[in-house]
Design a protein around this ligand. Structure first.
Ligand code: NAD
Length: 567
């Protein structure tokens, strides 16, 4: 025994008293490969990806997919039947699905809370392999299907779907796996490992995480549900009714890749019924939310009211709305301003949380910028998203249509506002709203303050000598601080604006549009009422879902109570 002990007196075997014992904390070995972003395919006519996508679009269009509720390994259909329709042609039902009621949600909570314990003991390298497999499946055999579901179901054009449902989703899976690998490399100091060894292990949180996702990014649904799961948590995923089909595909891919039953439970439900049920459960360990401010505020309030019932203090992550700005300085490059603004304001009908919806332009540049914006806007084709010549399509549903139309009516009726281009709305076939450009004389009109979440861009023209006052308005006009962009060639101004506008955006752009963040390149999230700014797509996000445990192991006997100086 003693000779064995001598041979092995390395970091894994230490002596305690007469015995030699091994560290009981296993070391985690993971493959140390680098990571890069998924390339965005081009979909040129006749290309392999274009042909595959066309087939997937036809297949998806030809059916109304029946999507069950899934809790553990069981599928459920309730009497509360719903349909996901195509935004650009709302008579076509793309998916049939069912709302989970309180009892089923309760069952999902019990299933997840039980599954969490088992899942948490699956070694991290095994979980990483499942994530890598899922990412590869999304990048290859399921790419066209995911894109087709996003195009038909959420009204994205081919390129917008590719950026979201393929590239960003795959990036979330690969990069979060990479960030987890990096995070667990940190181990605390062990001054003399022969005497004591300190280690840190990364657990999930006991209980369940509620992932509540929005309609506008397929990738966000995947991230909200599966990043907590990667960390060892179990999840109730409530997808958005209007992103049902693409989210269902993600769920199926992950099951096929090896995520065990019960780790993520797919529970479409009425929003308030879901919110009320999860916040009333003592097992609620966290909420991973992306959506509007009123919904997140309601959930936070409910958690506050119920705080004494929970086993853990629930983690609350919420990424919410924005009133994103483009601020133009007299030294700006006009073409960059025009093209960047058209893309930011009107791609995906302004339904990106980062879309530019208010703009500040100096009087000296206004005639050229105005002409450029109107000319470019008039060239945009709006229609069926499967037609590659269309720049944008319909807004998501009747609720969005009514809300956006309301702001356009307000612009038509207000003496401070003038519609420069667009302004027509037609929901007879699909929920179509024209890309609309408005000029305001009042920089504090509600159209400059509230999130519209549609293709409406409002511009306030400021006098060149009122630069300071206008800059001050950027942060004081709204309670949001999601994204913002400044356009200037004057370096002194850029330096000043970077400081003065510091608190007005979680994602800030210099001579670039306010949209288009890429996982791992521009970690995303806003402050103030735009959210908790936990930066999805960055290295710290995964850690927010962890419940780390510090362990100190001692290998020498404790021989006394008194300290030497006392003798
Ligand atoms: P929403 O708030 O209406 O819905 C979001 C989700 O919450 C949906 O799944 C919905 O069914 C659910 N929900 C509604 N009421 C609920 C309740 N009481 N309890 C629990 N869940 C409830 O938002 P939306 O229209 O789907 O998405 C658009 C919003 O999302 C915009 O404000 C946009 O800016 C924001 N968004 C933000 C980011 C970001 O990263 N900051 C990204 C995408 C979208």
């Amino acid at each position: 025994m003693l000779s064995l002990c001598k041979q092995n007196l390395s970091s894994s075997f230490q002596r305690i008293g007469a015995r030699c014992i091994a560290s009981v904390v296993p070391e985690i070995k993971v493959n140390d490969t680098g990571v890069s972003n998924e390339p965005i395919l081009q979909y040129l006519k006749g290309s392999k990806e274009r042909t595959e996508l066309e087939t997937a679009l036809k297949d998806s269009y030809a059916q109304t997919e029946d999507v069950p509720i899934v809790i553990g390994d069981k599928e459920y259909q309730t009497k509360d039947v719903r349909y996901q329709v195509m935004p650009h042609d709302h008579k076509k039902k793309l998916a049939k699905f069912y709302y989970a009621d309180k009892n089923l949600l309760q069952k999902a909570i019990e299933t997840a809370s039980t599954a969490q314990k088992k899942w948490d003991s699956v070694p991290i390298p095994e979980r990483l392999k499942i994530w890598e497999k899922a990412a590869n499946m999304m990048a290859n055999e399921y790419r066209a299907k995911l894109n087709a579901a996003t195009i038909l179901g959420q009204g994205k054009t081919i390129i917008q779907a590719e950026i979201d449902a393929a590239a960003e989703l795959i990036d979330f899976f690969r990069l979060n796996a990479y960030f987890l690998k990096e995070a667990i490399k940190y181990q605390p100091i062990s001054e003399n490992p022969m005497v004591t060894k300190n280690s840190m292990r990364y657990r999930g949180i006991d209980g369940f995480i509620a992932a509540v996702s929005p309609f506008n990014f397929t990738a966000i649904g995947g991230n909200l549900a599966y990043t907590p799961a990667l960390m060892g948590n179990a999840v109730l995923w409530k997808p958005s009714d209007t992103a049902l089909l693409s989210n269902w595909l993600i769920f199926k891919i992950c099951r096929e890749a090896g995520v065990p039953p019960g780790v993520v439970n797919f529970v479409p439900a009425d929003g308030p019924v879901f919110g009320d049920t999860i916040t009333a459960s003592p097992h609620l360990a966290g909420i991973n939310f992306t959506g509007s401010v009123p919904t997140f505020t309601r959930l936070w309030r409910q958690v506050g009211e119920n705080i004494s019932i929970y086993k853990n203090f629930p983690r609350l992550i919420g990424e919410c709305g924005g009133k994103n700005y483009h601020f133009v300085h007299p030294s700006a490059d006009i073409q960059t301003v025009i093209n960047g603004t058209i893309r930011s304001a009107f791609e995906y009908c302004g339904q990106k949380c980062s879309a530019c919806s208010r703009m500040y332009v100096p009087e000296s540049l206004w005639p050229k910028i105005k002409e450029g914006l109107i000319t470019k806007r008039n060239q945009l084709k709006v229609g069926d998203p499967t037609d590659a010549t269309n720049f944008t399509s319909a807004v998501i549903d009747d609720k969005a249509f009514k809300r956006i139309k309301g702001y356009i009516e307000h612009a038509k009726n207000s003496s401070d506002l003038q519609i420069l281009a667009g302004g027509k709305c037609d929901d007879s076939v699909g929920y179509f709203v024209e890309p609309t450009i408005v000029e305001t004389k009042n920089p504090k009109d509600k159209i400059m303050v509230e999130e519209i979440f549609g293709p409406v861009l409002t511009i306030y023209v400021y006098k060149d000598d009122k630069l300071k006052d206008t800059l001050d308005m950027v942060g004081s006009t709204t309670s949001f601080a999601l994204t913002g962009a400044i356009f200037a060639q004057d370096e002194a101004f850029l330096r000043r604006a970077v400081e003065e506008l510091k608190m007005t955006a979680g994602n800030f752009y210099v001579n670039d549009k306010s949209t288009g963040s890429v996982v791992g390149q521009q970690p995303f999230g806003g402050a103030r009422l735009s959210g908790t700014n936990d930066k999805a797509g960055g290295p710290h996000y995964i850690l927010r879902w962890g419940n780390p445990q510090s362990i100190k192991e001692t290998f020498v006997p404790l021989t006394d109570v008194e300290y030497p100086y006392m003798k």
